[in-house]
Design a protein around this ligand. Structure first.
Ligand code: FE2
Length: 474
């Protein structure tokens, strides 16, 4: 590992660009690659007096990459949240974040919920683009101009006090989107101090609540799996243990949240048809991200990235200003048997995060997984053959920070893995961010193309590709 150079991935991204043609290209942008990649992530951690103490307290920015006729055009916009607008007015010192209390102690924080950052996912469904985060509600974003249009309420069908998780799942076989939200009842009861609501959004964008499940703790759950028939939750013992101290402003939301391994993990399966949920305890499985899930031979399979010790991940997020390299977890397969046994099988020792797959296989058995690899020194993209366990690594330059590899099929009818991985990468040597196009079938080969943007930003957390070409004014 070499010393970090003068620039940093944590420097705030500057500039908003309007569908500029990216002409700094090495290799080619395939002419068959047609559509739009949206990305979201925090890219600014101090502005207008606000100074984030946690990675998640950065302002969300949507990046749009339009591929058409062998050309790439780029546009980006910050999400105009109240937090962003307050920072622009120089009122950042009044902002309470998720892991950042406002200066001024109790008086400045008591009774104030953390300000939404809208910085975790950009999901495109029913021709609408949403910016999502864990503890907030969705933001409507114009899919062409990326202008912030306001809060998304789904015509009033998303309950007022419900969150809307940043990891909805799209079922490619039905065109539906599924998601969950957490609510805290006004009158909590023993064993039901929180509730998890399961949502279905149909092809036209109409939201309905499938089921509401009472929970014994205020779980902080980031992701879930979706099979043909059910939602699959592995509820970590990560929960808000100190809500009163948080409410009084004595501690921030992150400090109020505790991972108590002794409590184990709660397995929860909720039928997509609204049937009776199945819930039972299991040994602890610490995780943030789920890849795919499916049912086979009576078992439910859910692939995820697990951690031996949650505190390591938490420390990395709080120490983000000094920690500029990813240290991932262990890609694992979890099998849930009909008799409520939970079997965990680690798939590779290569530490990884941001698990992905060919999205056309979501809810079904699939063969290939793709990850960001990071072990504190090496960064790259990993491909895993779920059938044989074989892995391939595309290594990036020292200090680079590649983001989640988004799979794009070569054609609509191409087989699994026959396509490209679009990787937004922070190129440290140039202090620029680039889109790196890998051939998914041969990720160890040189990139098909590298298109470098006019500025840098952290590659973001999540996003998706749509075959729709979304431009302004065409
Ligand atoms: Fe995530």
């Amino acid at each position: 590992m070499t010393d970090l150079i003068e620039h940093s991935i944590r420097e705030p991204a500057v500039g908003e660009y309007d569908d500029v043609v990216v002409d700094d290209v090495v290799g080619v942008i395939p002419t068959e690659l047609s559509g739009t990649l949206y990305r979201n992530g925090p890219v600014r951690w101090e502005a207008g007096g606000f100074y984030a103490q946690h990675l998640f307290d950065g302002d969300g920015m949507i990046a749009k990459f339009v591929f058409e006729n062998g050309e790439l055009r780029y546009r980006n916009r910050y999400v105009r949240t109240p937090k962003f607008r307050a920072e622009e007015r120089g009122r950042g010192k009044r902002i309470r974040g998720m892991g950042t209390n406002a200066p001024g102690g109790v008086l400045a924080n008591a009774g104030r919920p953390p300000r939404d950052r809208a910085n975790t996912h950009a999901i495109y469904h029913a021709e609408k683009l949403l910016a999502l985060t864990d503890d907030g509600r969705p933001w409507k974003i114009d899919p062409d101009s990326l202008a912030t249009l306001g809060r998304a309420h789904f015509r009033g069908r998303l309950p007022l006090w419900s969150t809307f998780s940043p990891h909805p799942k799209l079922d490619p076989h039905t065109g539906e989107m599924f998601n969950f939200g957490l609510t805290i009842p006004r009158v909590p009861r023993p064993g039901a101090i929180a509730a998890l609501r399961c949502y279905r959004i149909d092809r036209s964008g109409r939201l309905s609540t499938i089921r509401t499940v009472p929970l014994p703790r205020i779980f902080i759950n980031h992701d879930f799996g979706l099979t043909e028939n059910c939602f699959v939750f592995l509820l970590d013992p990560l929960h808000v243990k100190h809500p009163i101290q948080f409410g009084l402003g004595l501690i921030d939301a992150n400090a109020a949240t505790v991972h108590e391994s002794d409590l184990g993990t709660l397995v929860l399966l909720v039928p997509r048809d609204g049937g009776k949920p199945r819930m039972f305890p299991a040994d602890v499985i610490a995780k943030a991200h789920v890849n795919n899930a499916y049912e086979i031979g009576g078992e439910v399979v859910i692939d995820l990235v697990r951690y031996d010790d949650w505190t390591e991940l938490s420390a990395m997020l709080c120490g983000f200003r000094d920690q500029e390299r990813l240290v991932g977890g262990i890609p694992s397969r979890v099998r849930i048997t009909p008799s409520d046994r939970v079997i965990v099988e680690d798939r590779t020792e290569l530490l990884s995060e941001f698990p992905m797959h060919d999205w056309r296989r979501t809810t079904r058995e699939y063969r290939y997984s793709y990850f960001v690899h990071g072990d504190g020194s090496t960064a790259g993209i990993i491909k895993l053959d779920n059938r044989t366990g074989q892995t391939w690594l595309h290594e990036f330059a020292d200090g680079d920070f590649p983001g989640e590899p988004v799979f794009v099929p070569r054609t609509a009818t191409a087989g699994e893995d026959d396509g490209w991985l679009l990787v937004v990468n922070y190129d440290r040597a140039r202090h620029r961010t680039a889109v790196v196009i890998l051939d998914a079938r041969d990720i160890e080969a040189a990139p098909v193309g590298i298109a470098t943007l006019p500025h840098h930003f952290m590659p973001g957390f999540h996003g998706m590709f749509t075959a729709d070409v979304r431009l302004v004014g065409d």
